[in-house]
Design a protein around this ligand. Structure first.
Ligand SMILES: [Ca+2]
Length: 349
């Protein structure tokens, strides 16, 4: 090898190394669609304190609280985080096809454990949430990861208004659904139950939905030990999250749980570090009609359905129909590693 060739090869390798490092360090652009909500507030603050993510907007959907209360909460949270630069937009005012079901029972009278944050110094973005999602996906094609952590109303409205965003979205990671029973009733998880028609549209939009379900959130629990760790590092955000977690844990303990389910923060953490969860490709349908199962995410673990053919007075199975996966379903989380990440980021150290 000549001196020149050696120089050329080593220079090229150096350039390649820096390019790869730059790609690895480029934060992922995300939009969090949220119904804040105690665990929503935790998820938002986790995202805002994580260098792996660049939060491009918060869009607010009715769910845990009414739309106006959710928008007020979102604005107070970004104000606490000193992030008035971040667009926060209201969206849908109600689910597509049913009445809103709010959850102050779990989240306190204002949705934030009754904690009264100072009035927000930030102003709401005037755009309609689904329109803002559409605009940002077109502005950054193949770069935006959607993280819906409430009912899927806003996402369904965005997709129905402009289906061309579907192949332009990098990823969609939802908190919602379950393949192991519901948290509303025997079958349904709250975000899907809150707007099953919207959820059905989102699962059938043509993208792969990463589904972080309530069954996994309920095995990813914050406990008193972690709250003590937060209390040991006083500051506006850790104090706020410690109060939220204490209320949420006390409420959960009264209902017989050993800890409080970190539903929404786990969805955000999955985008920060995908190795925190185990995923499996499946086909998922959303039940919109069942007598006992409206809002259930029906996951097909085999990847096929039996096909029945009429033979005289009865049907006979003549084989199976392969199903195309539309979801990456979360089967497990590394709860301790997730909680350590969460506490570290909220403490800011
Ligand atoms: Ca939520």
């Amino acid at each position: 090898m000549t001196q020149f060739t050696k120089f050329f090869v080593s220079s090229s390798l150096t350039v390649l190394f820096f390019l790869l490092t730059a790609v690895a360090q480029t934060p992922r652009r995300v939009i969090i669609d949220t119904d804040p909500g105690i665990d929503d507030a935790m998820a938002i603050l986790l995202a805002l304190n994580s260098p792996e993510l660049k939060v491009e907007a918060l869009t607010v959907v009715p769910g845990n609280v009414e739309a106006w209360q959710g928008l007020e909460n979102a604005l107070k949270i970004v104000s606490l985080a000193k992030r008035c630069d971040l667009p926060v937009a209201g969206g849908a005012q109600h689910p597509l096809n049913q009445k809103l079901i709010t959850a102050q029972f779990w989240h306190g009278k204002n949705g934030l454990a009754g904690v009264e944050l100072p009035a927000s110094r930030c102003k709401a973005d005037p755009r309609f949430g689904p329109d803002l999602i559409i605009a940002l996906v077109h502005k950054y094609p193949h770069e935006i990861t959607l993280i819906p952590v409430g009912p899927l109303t806003n996402i369904a409205l965005a997709v129905s208004k402009d289906p061309s965003i579907v192949p332009l979205v990098k990823d969609i990671v939802i908190m919602g659904g379950s393949i192991g029973g519901g948290n509303v009733d025997g079958a349904a998880e709250a975000n899907i139950y809150g707007d099953p028609e919207a959820a059905s549209m989102v699962f059938n939009a043509g993208w792969m939905v990463t589904m972080i379900g309530s069954d996994i959130g309920e095995r990813t629990l914050i406990t008193r030990k972690y709250i003590s760790d937060l209390q040991a590092s006083p500051g506006p955000e850790s104090d706020f999250v410690a109060k939220l977690a204490d209320f949420y844990l006390t409420r959960s303990e009264k209902s017989g749980y050993q800890g409080a389910a970190m539903y929404d923060p786990l969805a955000v953490a999955t985008v920060i570090d995908p190795t925190l969860v185990t995923l499996k490709d499946m086909h998922v349908d959303v039940e919109t009609k069942g007598e006992f199962t409206r809002g259930e995410t029906v996951a097909n673990r085999m990847g096929s359905n039996e096909n029945n053919v009429l033979h005289g007075d009865h049907y006979e199975i003549d084989g199976v129909i392969e199903l195309k996966p539309n979801a990456r379903v979360c089967l497990a989380s590394d709860a301790d590693r997730f909680l350590t990440l969460f506490i570290t980021r909220i403490r800011g150290k």
